[in-house]
Ligand binder design. Sequence first.
Ligand SMILES: [Fe+2]
Ligand SMILES: [Fe+2]
Length: 179
Amino acid sequence: MGKVKLFRCRICHEAYIGEEAPSRCPFCGAPTRYFIPAEEWDLSEFMIEISDVSKTNLEAALKLELSNTAFYFCAMNAAEEARDEYGYAKFKALKKVENEHAEAIVRALQIKERPLEAVPCSKDFKENTQEGWEREDRAIKAYSKFAEEAPEPLLKQFFNALMEIETDHLELHAEDLKE
Ligand SMILES: [Fe+2]
Ligand SMILES: [Fe+2]
């Protein structure tokens, strides 16, 4: 076994212990290149003034993330009730990642955490996967626009990372819809 090190994710700020940075952040799903060695972490990099357009877009992103978190939570419970282990594991993982995104946005906006409002879902795995696909598709389109509009390089990077992560989710759903 090699020596472990501490890495930190620039998207969700969580720390990861391992020999190498992971291929995807276990918390927010960001790809490897968003990790840096924890000792290089510089908090002042994240202390930026946020433009009005980015504030509006971060608020919209927060709504999307909270709604998607609540949707996946519902889908997770439906799968558990149906004793569908695969569906349960998938929707639980997605719920955790989307919740991490909501938390990252709350931190960027320096606001208080918002409570989750329940979102309905189907009892059926395929239907929930289809709706998941549509939700990810909407998020990807919104984040692509927000990244383009962001005057702050840091927020451009943030929205681009979210776009990449939601694309992973979209592809996962697409695979499950094939069968
Ligand atoms: Fe992360
Ligand atoms: Fe997300």
